[in-house]
Design a protein around this ligand. Structure first.
Ligand SMILES: NC(=O)c1ccc[n+]([C@@H]2O[C@H](COP(=O)([O-])OP(=O)(O)OC[C@H]3O[C@@H](n4cnc5c(N)ncnc54)[C@H](O)[C@@H]3O)[C@@H](O)[C@H]2O)c1
Length: 421
């Protein structure tokens, strides 16, 4: 059995390490975060996901985690799952990837297969990773196999998601293909080059970003026209081909969709192409938190009130339902915009209590007059509407279109969703 080292034990690397352990491989994990390393060695998942908690518990003693790169010299396969964020100016930040590769190259042994799973712009494996690893002076194989995992998704997991894979040469492609065949119960498609595999992943996530931007724009337009976007999506979805439902909302978050398009936009710029469409999609989606606050201002105006000093409760800090992940979360932008406008803001997220202003939802309801729902956690979706009335809530802005608007309106509370009212 292969001896594998996973570099970067986060949302992507940790489930993969557990899967390799389950398949009986000799698994090493490397992460620069010592706390994570200690937790994983104790069988504790640093990520609050019920399935992953169980997987990490089962993998106790089977994943040998460390915050140094010594394990590389024991491994025939090294898989890199470090973050690929953007900086304040939305430019790709490849420092974690470069740092990881520099550390790997110092310990690489002959004939090791190195696979990059992190999402990167077309060309990164050959132009950035390869020259760093070449400094090792040993023969190695190098491939890209982008990960498609969606944290919290029970149907599609690291075990059954199909993959694309491609190396810098034929032998690298074959080696990577053979490795993933051993651990993944799904189709693995070989592409012609690492650049092609990189491009496939970036296109998948960009596809999602532009479609969400499209539906957000439709929602804002239809709202003005008095047309309910949810009804229109339902109607359009009856077409059996060429329409795919996407849903509007308070904004796009997470480490992938609001980040990856910038990688392509920047790389294309460097080689002389201007991605106008992708840039516009980013602009529209980035504006959704502002638009959501604007909806509150419109409703306040009807009550002859302003946003300054308004007591606003924000429900949710996470970027999506029932996770504790705040990366690029639109909720953070909503809070920032509200504070800029001098509203009095209180925040509650049942999954991120340490960053919440109150310990319970009921406390928040007792202290605010207006609500913006930013994450559709089950607790919020199932909120007792009667409690809103009891606490004298006057306006609900439903940033995820997940509440029962008829019930809310019936008891005399003003309601606005994204593209529906
Ligand atoms: N989160 C997702 O749903 C998802 C899905 C598909 C692909 N991806 C891609 O996978 C990559 C990893 O994403 P993630 O969500 O797992 O990130 P993450 O932040 O959850 O995990 C990355 C881990 O890498 C560690 N790390 C950072 N620099 C390091 C270094 N130099 N050496 C060793 N460890 C280092 C961090 O401490 C962290 O624990 C990104 O490129 C992302 O775009 C993410």
């Amino acid at each position: 059995m292969a001896s594998v080292t996973i570099v970067g034990l986060g949302y992507v690397g940790l489930p993969l390490a557990c899967l390799c352990a389950e398949k009986g491989m000799d698994v090493y994990g490397i992460d620069i975060n010592k706390n994570k390393v200690d937790q994983i060695n104790k069988g504790i998942s640093p990520i609050n996901d019920p399935d992953l908690i169980e997987e990490v518990r089962k993998s106790k003693g089977k994943i040998k985690a460390a915050d140094n790169f010594q394990a590389i010299k024991n491994s025939s396969v090294v898989i890199v799952c470090v973050p690929t964020p953007v900086d304040d100016r939305h430019l790709p930040d490849l420092k974690p990837l470069k740092d990881a590769c520099i550390s790997i190259s110092g310990h690489l042994k002959e004939n090791t297969l190195v696979v990059i799973e992190s999402t990167i712009y077309p060309g990164t494996t050959e132009e950035i990773v390869l020259p760093i690893l070449k400094k090792s002076d040993v023969v190695f194989y190098l491939a890209h196999c982008p990960e498609r995992i969606v944290p919290g998704n029970k149907k599609w997991t690291v075990k059954n998601l199909p993959r694309v894979v491609a190396g810098i040469d034929k032998k690298s492609t074959e080696k990577a293909y053979e490795f993933y065949k051993k651990i993944i119960d799904a189709d693995i498609t070989k592409l012609s080059s690492a650049k092609a595999a990189e491009a496939a992943k970036i296109m998948e996530n960009t596809f999602r970003d532009v479609n969400i931007a499209f539906i957000n724009e439709m929602a804002m337009s239809f709202d003005k026209a008095g047309i309910d976007i949810l009804e229109i999506i339902k109607g359009a979805s009856t077409k059996p081909f060429a329409f795919m439902a996407h849903y509007p909302g308070v904004g796009v978050g997470g480490h992938c969709i609001p980040v990856d398009p910038y990688y392509l936009i920047e790389k294309a710029k460097q080689i002389g192409f201007n991605h106008r469409f992708l840039s516009l999609a980013r602009e529209i989606n980035n504006n959704m938190p502002h638009y959501t606050v604007q909806l509150l201002e419109e409703e306040l105006k009807k009550l002859k009130k302003g946003i300054k000093g308004a007591k606003v409760g924000v429900l949710g800090l996470a970027y999506k339902a029932d996770v504790d992940d705040m990366r690029e979360s639109p909720a953070l932008k909503v809070i920032e915009v509200l504070k800029e406008k001098q509203a009095e803001v209180l925040v509650f997220d049942p999954y991120i209590r340490e960053k919440s202003d109150v310990k319970e939802l009921s406390t928040l309801l007792g202290k605010v007059e207006y609500i913006i729902l930013a994450a559709d956690h089950s607790m919020f979706r199932n909120i007792d509407i009667g409690k809103l009335k009891e606490n004298n809530i006057k306006i609900v802005i439903d940033g995820r279109n997940c509440l029962n608007k008829e019930k809310i309106k019936k008891i005399g509370i003003a309601y606005r969703g994204i593209g529906q009212r």
